[in-house]
Design a protein around this ligand. Structure first.
Ligand code: KG4
Ligand code: ZN
Length: 414
């Protein structure tokens, strides 16, 4: 059992009375009959406290989310104990809001699904601790959820997508390409060898002090870069996409980040401004960075499609590429991927932006998928632990590299 009592918080210690009072606050609806199974999903793996109730057919009955973005923007990044404290302060309210909006009383739930891996240890702990108390009081099955699997399967909530399909997950914490063969059957084709693209965009935005830019002050780093890039000229800077000689599906962003950092320093000297002031060339840098990242991501994804086609791993008549994660809401990157899917006769699908970023719906939906498939439903939660690090599926990235597929050059006219 997890005891998270370093800092005081509503659920810092498992307390039966707290949970009892919480459950009593719901109006019960005797006589109301739900025809479908109902899953409550809880997400706290990073910096969003989120919950949702989803039924077996994919109807979202209620949802709530508390984003910590504004706090972390001010401190220049996520400080895990701060994230943990904010999760503690908000989890009860968020779960309550999601349940109330759904008009489902806790006793009517079929199961509770919660992200337990991968993510920030302190953040995962809050969601798990809260969920285990709820499960214990309600005597409901518990479904542990893999955060990246949940991102990958979200598309099946919004679109009719059959297995297998290819998924590209690009966010602040993750960057991977995987083949999805079933609810819990994944083949990992490639991943970032260092940082994720969202992390890099956040760092560049911070280095450019975009938080001080009147149009970008409340935006995440990636969104600020996308916004500013529209006003810039990508041809003013020539950053080379990383790993051009490596014929695999892995990614890398920290070398490029270093080059950009040096370029910004040089520009500050040229323009005679201090670190912390906004460069007149910030928009051009944003445009060039976004273009270079888009080309890198597109090239690796192109190779993954060709690998899957070569090995007959995707549906012959309708190969599908799903793109999700926070960075997938970037329309420029989506355009680059569209050029790739057009050239390879694939269908490109993206969940709507609010389902691309972290949310409770994707966790509840993953619970529904698991419930329907009869996979990973626990009736005893003894010994259950969160796992900050956890790979996605079986790693075949070495085999992908050994295939050394040459990717034809595409004109990236975006
Ligand atoms: O999936 P997400 O909400 O959280 C995780 O990282 O798991 O993704 C957040 C990341 C941040 O790095 C943010 O800068 C990036 O997604 N992001 C974007 C855009 N909107 C959010 N990156 C590029 N373009 C955007 N429009
Ligand atoms: Zn995520």
């Amino acid at each position: 059992m997890l005891i998270l009592n370093k800092t005081a918080g509503v659920f810092s210690k498992p307390s039966k009375r707290n949970m009892y009072e919480f459950l009593r606050s719901f109006n019960f609806h005797p006589g109301k009959l739900f025809l479908h199974k109902l899953v409550l999903g809880i997400e706290t793996s990073c910096d969003d406290t989120a919950a949702a109730v989803v039924d077996e057919t994919g109807n979202v009955l209620g949802e709530a989310i508390h984003s910590q973005t504004e706090v972390h923007l001010k401190t220049g990044g996520i400080i895990p104990p701060v994230a943990q404290q904010l999760h503690r302060e908000n989890i009860q309210r968020i779960v309550q809001e999601a349940l109330s909006a759904s008009k489902v009383s806790p006793s009517e739930l079929s199961a509770i699904a919660t992200t337990i891996k991968p993510g920030l240890a302190l953040s995962l702990g809050v969601g798990l601790s809260f969920s285990l108390q709820l499960v214990d009081q309600l005597k409901k099955p518990f479904i542990p959820i893999h955060h990246m699997e949940a991102h990958a399967l979200t598309i099946r909530l919004t679109n009719k997508v059959e297995f297998p399909f290819l998924v590209l997950l690009i966010s602040g914490g993750h960057c991977l390409l995987a083949l999805v063969r079933g609810v819990s059957d994944f083949l990992l084709l490639g991943k970032s060898l260092d940082i994720a693209p969202g992390d890099m965009l956040d760092k560049v935005a911070r280095r450019l002090s975009l938080i001080k830019h009147p149009e970008c002050s409340t935006m995440s780093g990636g969104k600020a870069i996308e916004h500013l890039a529209k006003q810039g000229n990508k041809l003013h800077f020539d950053f080379k996409p990383p790993m051009q000689r490596a014929r695999n599906c892995d990614f890398s962003f920290s070398g490029l980040h270093h080059v950009i950092d040096k370029m910004i320093m040089q520009k500050e000297k040229e323009e005679g401004i201090e670190k912390g002031q906004i460069l007149s060339s910030a928009a051009d840098i944003a445009a060039a960075v976004q273009h270079t990242i888009a080309c890198h991501i597109a090239k690796r994804t192109h190779r993954a499609i060709l690998f899957c086609k070569q090995r007959d791993l995707l549906c012959q008549s309708n190969a599908v590429l799903v793109v999700s994660g926070g960075v997938a809401s970037n329309l420029y990157i989506r355009k680059a991927l569209e050029i790739v899917t057009d050239a390879t006769q694939c269908t490109l699908l993206c969940p709507p932006p609010r389902l691309c970023t972290d949310n409770g719906i994707m966790i509840a939906w993953n619970g529904v998928e698991r419930l329907r498939a009869g996979l990973g439903i626990l009736h005893s939660t003894e010994g259950i632990r969160y796992e900050p690090k956890c790979p996605l599926g079986a790693d075949i990235s070495k085999e992908v590299g050994e295939a050394a597929i040459k990717v034809p050059r595409l004109k990236m006219k975006i």
